[in-house]
Design a protein around this ligand. Structure first.
Ligand code: CTP
Ligand code: CA
Length: 226
């Protein structure tokens, strides 16, 4: 931030970004989670804010500092992330869903710590969570919605299927089976999957990945390429 002043090409833009994992309670002391660190979503929030955007960052539980100038809305569960994100999207120009949202949540979280002697811990009944990206895409009108796809196999095929199934403008696909692109890495090798084309980028530091994604959002919001 103390180096060169950023170009202000996102000035006036309102952005909502989701980041991090979600935690789905099993009981008061246990939860289901995943390996997301939030680094990608936070890097995008930092870059968009530097470039002048007003950013609401709906963040699951992570150990990252709030980027300068960004409004962080902390949430825990997928259900809380859904409510906060839908609310923030009401007056946003674009949304970027970088969170690794839990796909399932315990159907009936216990109100007490489960005990192996007396409670049946051998099965856990789960129900599907709401798909935030699909919901925003459905409600977007001419606004821009970007999703992510973290895959270990059939990357581009799975990413394109997600683009079509969810109805977003762009899917940022990354192969998390690669050490240079996996959860927690400080680099990522992404492909940008659009309805009519795919762009493959090199392995880059996350701040440069964030910058590339912001470039595409600026173009899409101004009506190019979306
Ligand atoms: N996503 C979301 N809400 C969910 C699940 C996913 O908003 N309940 C978003 C993620 O933030 C990401 C995109 O959807 O931008 C793709 O997430 P991913 O987990 O890759 O896709 P799923 O549709 O959940 O499919 P699967 O996990 O089976 O690959
Ligand atoms: Ca998923």
């Amino acid at each position: 931030d103390l180096l060169a002043p950023a170009k202000q090409d996102m000035a006036g833009m309102m952005l909502v970004i989701t980041a991090g994992p979600t935690h789905e309670a099993i009981d008061p002391v246990r939860y289901i989670a995943n390996a997301s660190t939030g680094k990608m979503g936070y890097a995008i929030a930092r870059e968009a804010s530097r470039r002048g955007a007003t950013v609401t960052l709906v963040s699951g539980p992570v150990s990252l500092a709030a980027p300068r100038g960004v409004c962080v809305v902390p949430v825990v569960s997928a259900s809380q992330m859904r409510d906060a994100t839908v609310a923030a999207f009401t007056n946003a120009d674009a949304a970027i869903c970088a969170a690794a949202v839990a796909d399932y949540t315990p159907a009936a979280p216990a109100d007490h710590k489960l005990k192996k002697g007396t409670d049946d811990l051998s099965t856990l009944r789960l129900v599907k969570t709401a798909d935030i990206l699909a919901e925003l895409s459905h409600a977007k009108g001419d606004r821009v919605v970007v999703g992510f796809a973290a895959e270990t196999n059939d990357l581009l095929k799975n990413a394109r299927a997600k683009l079509e199934r969810k109805g977003c403008d762009l899917i940022v696909a990354n192969d998390v089976s690669r050490a240079d692109s996996t959860f927690g890495a400080d680099t990522s090798r992404i492909a940008l999957v659009w309805p009519d084309r795919t762009e493959q980028l090199d392995t880059l530091p996350l701040d440069q990945v964030a910058s590339a994604i912001c470039d595409r959002v600026v173009a899409a919001v101004s009506g190019e390429g979306a």
